[in-house]
Design a protein around this ligand. Structure first.
Ligand code: NAP
Length: 327
């Protein structure tokens, strides 16, 4: 099955609708990293036709970007690199900083770590309430004119913030959390993106692993794994979400001959101009990616899926716990 692609304004290449998310490759907040496995995963993604790689300086405090730079030696132009700016971590705690000065420093650091002279998509990681949108957006616009970045995106922005931001530079993408269990954008960002021809880079499409079907009630998270703090993975909610995954898995297999993982990705892809940022750090995790392509969920499927969610998840909660503090 051939991979589905779409276009992002400013980038002269078809872009795979499944991207590789590389937060966990940084190790920090994911219980540690295995660089060799991460590198093999990056190569496997490219071989599979997954050409968009999403990263950020804060992922492993530079490690994720460095691994990407190394893995792309000699093949950089076949990939589309999406990285970010606007977080700093002087004492090890990421805090928002989207000043012109910070972004100017970050872009040079990222270019060096990524071993490239341009970034395809440069995204503001989180809105910084202490800095005018104009300052941040103007800085990105200048970087675009200088040829250091090809396209501009934002992440975790509201519609009002995007309105303000896009007065100063052409916005191409928005990156919000989005998956079967975290659908806050349905009523606002998604419609906004459709109206303004933005591509939505959906992060956490597998809800940090829940929607892979590989978790069970005895699953525990080691070290600093972010899921140790995540209220979805604690009683009483964990059992509810696991029950939803089990029911979705049965539905996916009986009605479509697919896994719940493929169903979760397909659901994201069927909602609009979306790309699913699949977080993987071992090559075998990407096995079966093609199962997400070449079919669609019908209106009946969507109704049935919503019924499953309503009957299993009694205390829904979003990913708000992940928001980093301001300075
Ligand atoms: P995700 O993609 O929903 O899930 C990743 C998790 O799924 C990992 O725990 C991984 O397991 C597991 N997994 C992946 N493939 C699997 C498979 N085939 N079988 C079993 N388990 C599998 O969550 P995410 O990594 O949080 O989000 C994806 C990407 O979105 C990130 O890497 C990052 O690029 C981006 N993101 C952006 C923001 C932002 O603020 N802009 C925030 C979060 C994420 P292991 O733990 O075993 O590796």
């Amino acid at each position: 099955m051939s991979i589905e692609t779409l276009r992002i304004a400013g980038i002269d290449k078809p872009i795979s609708r499944i991207a590789l998310g590389t937060w966990s490759m940084g190790g920090h907040l994911w219980g540690g990293a295995d660089n060799e496995q991460s590198t093999r995963t990056l190569r496997q993604a490219l071989l599979s036709g997954i050409n968009l790689i999403d990263t950020a300086p804060v992922y492993g405090f530079g490690l994720s970007e460095e691994l990407i730079g190394q893995a792309l030696r000699g093949v950089r132009h076949s990939a589309v690199i999406a990285t970010k700016a606007g977080l700093q971590w002087d004492d090890g705690t990421p805090r928002r900083n989207a000043t012109a000065q910070r972004i100017r420093k970050e872009v040079e650091d990222s270019l060096q770590r990524l071993e490239t002279d341009y970034i395809d998509l440069y995204q503001v990681h989180w809105p910084d309430p202490l800095v005018a949108q104009e300052e941040t957006a103007d800085t990105l616009e200048r970087l675009r004119r200088e040829g250091k970045i090809l396209a501009v995106g934002v992440s975790n922005y509201s519609c009002a913030q995007m309105d303000d931001f896009s007065r100063h530079t052409a916005l191409a993408t928005v990156q919000p959390p989005y998956n079967l269990f975290e659908r806050a954008i349905d009523s606002n960002i998604l419609q906004y993106a459709k109206r303004h021809s933005l591509v939505v880079l959906a992060y956490g499409p597998l809800c940090r692993g829940l929607l892979t079907g590989s978790m069970h009630s005895a699953t525990r998270f080691a070290g600093d794994d972010v899921r140790g703090l995540d209220p979805k993975f604690k009683a009483p909610r964990f059992e509810q979400y696991l029950a939803a995954v089990a029911a979705l898995d049965i539905y996916a297999r009986e009605c479509h001959g697919k896994s719940v993982l493929a169903l979760a990705l397909r659901w994201v892809l069927d909602q609009g101009p979306t790309i699913a940022l699949w977080g993987a750090r071992r090559p075998e995790q990407l096995r079966g990616y093609e199962e997400a392509f070449g079919w669609k969920l019908s209106a009946d499927d969507l109704t049935h899926i919503d019924r499953i969610l309503a009957s299993t998840i009694k205390d829904p909660i979003g990913p708000e716990f992940m928001a980093p503090p301001k300075r």
